[in-house]
Design a protein around this ligand. Structure first.
Ligand SMILES: [Zn+2]
Length: 287
């Protein structure tokens, strides 16, 4: 849940680079002739993304009888996914420079899970399996960690309110207002239970979208695992160097930890420290 500036590379530019890596003249011409309207496709995509309407973008569906459906002007799904896998991702292809430029734009932190994972790949916001026409559209390629990329897989919803957050296009309020919270489960070891609670003024659609994002990326479990690994350090500090603090002072210390991290508002560690600071049982307990 980290906002990113979209890549400053057009679809036409990306295609030009990709085509330059195709050695066969006939094959290159086949692609170029079949996609003469890259600017229009990109415009259609951007309008959809800006209006959270990408669930309506034309999709292709494979069936048992037609596993490799025609997409346009003689190009099949496999031809278009090949543009990505064979002419965009491989290290020695000119398209790889664009791949790498997009990948480093997140500065290593995956925007979907808010930095739980390190960026390892590019995620197709509209999966190439169903939207092969935009398999190398830069605006559709978002830096991602392996887990987020795996969790999402080829899934893309048919409903507007089930769409996960788009780090390039979605409104700032998703990224600057807190909608993930945690409660402390008084147990040994201490457990944090993360949950979604969007601000009261949000629309029903926005509320449902963050719930979808939280569920699709399995953030409750992944955040809880991170917290479980991190908590012993806080507990050890409380037992040793901070043992003289009153519960109120310890609570204030935890609040400061959350504030001082300069972490995004829904980052698991920030949410964790805020939850701990507000929990009377945790702050007053003798560890
Ligand atoms: Zn991630």
């Amino acid at each position: 849940m980290k906002k990113l500036a979209g890549p400053n590379i057009t679809f036409s530019d990306a295609l030009r680079e990709v085509y330059s890596g195709i050695s066969c003249d006939i094959e290159r011409a086949r692609y170029a002739n079949a996609i003469p309207d890259a600017d229009e496709i990109e415009e259609q995509y951007c309008i959809g993304a800006n209006n959270a309407n990408l669930f309506e973008f034309p999709r292709v569906t494979s069936t048992r009888d037609d596993p490799d459906p025609a997409v346009r002007n003689g190009l099949r799904k496999s031809d278009l996914t090949k543009l990505y896998t064979q002419f965009f991702v491989p290290q020695k292809k000119p398209g790889r420079l664009i791949y790498d430029r997009i990948k480093v734009s997140a500065k290593g932190k995956c925007p979907f899970c808010g930095g739980v994972g390190q960026v390892r790949t590019l995620d197709h916001y509209l999966p190439k399996a169903n939207f092969p026409l935009v398999s190398v559209l830069p605006a559709n390629l978002i830096p991602s960690c392996g887990d987020c990329n795996f969790d999402k897989s080829n899934h893309f919803p048919y409903q507007r309110n089930k769409q996960t957050l788009n780090p390039y296009y979605d409104s700032d309020h998703f990224f600057v207002q807190q909608w993930i919270f945690a409660r402390v489960v008084p147990s040994s070891p201490v457990v944090l239970d993360f949950f979604v609670d969007p601000p009261a003024g949000w629309s029903e659609e926005d509320r449902e979208r963050v719930v979808a994002h939280f569920q699709d990326y399995d953030l409750a479990e992944r955040f809880a695992i991170e917290a479980a690994a991190d908590l012993p350090e806080t507990i050890t500090t409380r037992r040793t160097t901070l043992s003289a603090l009153t519960p109120g002072e310890f609570s204030e210390h935890l609040t400061e930890k959350a504030r001082n991290q300069a972490l995004p508002v829904n980052n698991w560690r920030r949410v964790m420290f805020l939850a701990l600071s507000q929990d009377e049982w945790f702050c007053s307990r003798e560890f």
